[in-house]
Ligand binder design. Structure first.
Ligand code: IPD
Ligand code: CA
Length: 288
């Protein structure tokens, strides 16, 4: 069992894992076709959320509706938690955690690095969902802008187009290419900027690509050595965390906590531990 796995990691029928990952991929591909083929030349902002730059487009809403319809048509007793339409409880024990467009700002600007994130989880979910309390069973991250599709099942490895994924193991923190992201509120960004300033001299370089889900998949296939971010929502984290873990990454928080809104750190265990130490010393999880 992975060191960051819940102590009571569930035993799940292999057939259920196959059913869930197949459905996740089918739904993610359909939503991906909708948002990619249907992208107007000029994407309009339909609304804002936590700040004026935290935008939602008509396609975020339409894609989440499509995902919900497909998933619940196939498995009507499951719950759903989506970024745009919230939580719908189910009775089967499985909940789908959805981000219809992760990387909405990239989508708005016509940059290809955005993705549909679909994860099937078990564990308690309520109106204040906490990824530390659930286990991700199956996941798909589909990036229709450049055709990448990643999948994983619990204990079954992480895959891209039939190729099994494995994280890289650089010899030292100084050799690591580190991905990260920033929140939408300026006071959060100011704190994130301070932490980043202390980290840049200690690593090979930094990348900010604009989709947390794709950052975790990129790490899973060796395109990043480490990733960290404060402020991830459950739907940003669920699908990519399983894909990174199944590729051999440790995915956790700081100070022995599990990954979540306070902090998510991912990477090969020895390097992730070094990054965690730097982030803890910098109080990267300090209350704002
Ligand atoms: C955002 C992206 C971004 C990350 C932000 C997320 P959204 O999700 O994943 O990379 O830095 O924290 O909120 O808003 O595009 O779905
Ligand atoms: Ca989103």
């Amino acid at each position: 069992m992975r060191e960051d796995a819940p102590v009571d990691e569930p035993v799940v029928e292999p057939a259920l894992l196959v059913e869930l990952v197949t459905l996740a991929e089918e739904a993610a591909r359909a939503a991906g076709a909708l948002i990619c083929d249907g992208r107007p030349t000029q994407v309009e902002v339909a609304g804002t959320k936590s700040s004026p730059v935290d935008v939602v487009t008509a396609m975020d809403l339409a894609a989440e509706t499509l995902l919900r319809d497909r998933l619940l048509r196939a498995r009507p007793h499951d719950g759903v938690l989506g970024e745009e339409q919230g939580w719908l409880p189910g009775t089967s024990g499985v909940t789908w955690v959805l981000d219809p467009i992760d990387g909405t700002v990239n989508y708005l600007y016509g940059l290809a690095n955005y993705a549909v994130l679909v994860a099937a989880v078990i564990g308690p979910i309520d109106a204040a969902p906490d990824p530390a309390r659930w286990t991700v069973l199956a996941a798909c991250v589909h990036a229709p802008g450049d055709g990448r599709t990643y999948t994983a099942t619990l204990g079954g490895g992480a895959w891209r187009d039939g190729r099994r994924l494995a994280v890289t193991v650089p010899p030292s923190l100084e050799q690591c290419l580190v991905g990260t992201g920033f929140g939408y509120r300026s006071e959060v960004r100011e704190a994130q900027g301070r932490v980043l300033a202390g980290l840049v001299p200690k690593v090979r370089d930094i990348r900010r690509m604009g989709s947390a889900g794709l950052d975790l998949c990129t790490l899973a296939e060796g395109g990043l050595d480490l990733y960290y971010e404060r402020g991830l929502n459950p739907w940003d984290l669920a699908a990519g965390s399983l894909i990174a873990q199944e590729a051999g990454a440790r995915v956790s928080g700081l100070r022995g906590n599990r990954a979540g809104v306070t902090m998510t750190v991912a990477g090969t265990p020895p390097r992730a531990a070094e990054l965690i130490e730097v982030l803890e010393r910098a109080d990267a999880d300090m209350a704002l």
